[in-house]
Design a protein around this ligand. Structure first.
Ligand SMILES: C[S@@+](CC[C@H](N)C(=O)[O-])C[C@H]1O[C@@H](n2cnc3c(N)ncnc32)[C@H](O)[C@@H]1O
Length: 351
């Protein structure tokens, strides 16, 4: 078995329980050299099962009446006819050119609105300390987490908080909480927001949005529907995400933020994309800015992937850890706050 076939076989074993649809397809693809060959155009670092699945999903989203869609829980639960793996193989092999185009040029993308739960508790602490906040989201992707102030949240325990309903938005993000954090009694006041990303997704571009949707696994029906609603919200509001680099461009955005409120930078599963020396450069840049103005930074990253960040040295944890870094009168302080689910379904305070 060659290396790529082995990756599909391993995927099938690893996700048999958590993602049965893709697991079944992966098991079949591992035995289909013609399908594997479609990925010969893919750069080695991207040659992973999820890229093949996202590419097929992307094309399927544009052809929802294809029989393969009958097996995708997010598309059409009512009508699964025939064998899903036959449909999948037939679907991708009969569309070799668009498949190869996607497989040669794309990488998987995430913008997970549930991660607003990661910002909630540090924002609440900062609201209590500093009042109105100006949010600078670095690595913002489509800017969905910049919708923070427009969302409702259901905390268990804690109940519901959210904005007054006068603009037609109604998206509730749920979160199970353990470990007794300070539970917000109202939304933290985020009065301004801007994002930067080296490769932002334009929510008004149907193809880009479809790629973001395609990267969600079809078994995750609720997540898929929530993403669609978040995208619709982002289209209604003027969410600003500029093209920019974390290290080179963060200072300009922070400077603009200071005109509106206390500047709070967030990074959520972004800094793992930077090489180690750029991560260090990002920390140095915030240290430089924080030496001359009060600044806060919410880190929501895996210590294993980002050992250069404050508080991460010496930890090998793969889990997402939420930390709050503050610069006050030039002095830096780092507090580890919580661990959390990759999409924000739960937050374990103090862990
Ligand atoms: C996994 S996504 C996370 C998006 C979002 N923060 C979230 O949590 O849903 C990582 C994002 O980081 C962006 N990114 C990678 N390197 C970057 C850099 N040097 N500067 C700014 N953004 C970067 C990518 O383009 C991508 O949109």
């Amino acid at each position: 078995m060659d290396d790529l076939a082995r990756r599909f076989a391993e995927f099938a074993r690893a996700f048999e329980v958590g993602a049965p649809l893709y697991a079944r397809i992966a098991e079949r693809v591992a035995r289909e050299p013609e399908v594997l060959d479609l990925m010969s155009v893919t750069p080695e670092t991207q040659r992973v099962p999820v890229l093949l699945f996202a590419s097929a999903h992307h094309l399927l989203l544009a052809e929802p009446s294809h029989p393969l869609a009958g097996h995708y829980p997010n598309l059409d639960r009512a009508n699964p006819e025939g064998d899903v793996t036959d449909h999948f193989v037939d679907f991708v092999l009969s569309r070799p050119e668009p498949m190869r185009d996607l497989l040669a040029t794309r990488s998987t993308q995430t913008n997970e609105i549930g991660r607003c739960n990661w910002f909630m508790f540090p924002f609440w602490l900062l609201d209590q300390e500093r009042g109105e906040l100006a949010h600078v989201d670095v690595g913002s992707s489509a800017g969905l987490n910049q919708l923070f102030s427009k969302l409702s949240f259901m905390h268990r325990p804690g109940g519901r908080i959210g904005p007054s309903r006068d603009d037609g938005d109604d998206l509730t993000i749920e979160c199970d909480i353990s470990g007794n954090p300070p539970i917000p009694t109202r939304l933290p006041r985020v009065v301004w927001t801007a994002g930067i990303d080296v490769s932002p997704i334009d929510v008004r571009d149907d193809d880009e949005v479809r790629w973001l949707e395609a990267c969600v696994w079809p078994d995750q029906v609720e997540r898929f529907e929530r993403l669609r609603r978040a995208i619709a919200m982002a289209r209604r509001h003027d969410i600003e995400v500029r093209t920019g680099d974390a290290v080179n461009d963060v200072a300009d955005v922070i400077e603009r933020a200071t005109n509106h409120g206390h500047p709070v930078v967030t990074t959520s599963w972004v800094l793992n994309y930077l090489p180690a020396e750029r991560r260090t450069a990002f920390v140095d840049e915030l240290d430089r800015i924080g030496s001359s103005m009060d600044l806060s930074w919410v880190i929501a990253e895996s210590p294993h992937e980002t050992p250069e960040l404050p508080g991460h040295a010496g930890s090998d944890e793969l889990i997402t850890v939420i930390s709050l870094v503050t610069w006050r009168d030039g002095a830096r302080d780092v507090k580890r706050l919580a661990t959390t689910h990759p999409h924000g379904h739960w937050v374990n305070w103090g862990a």
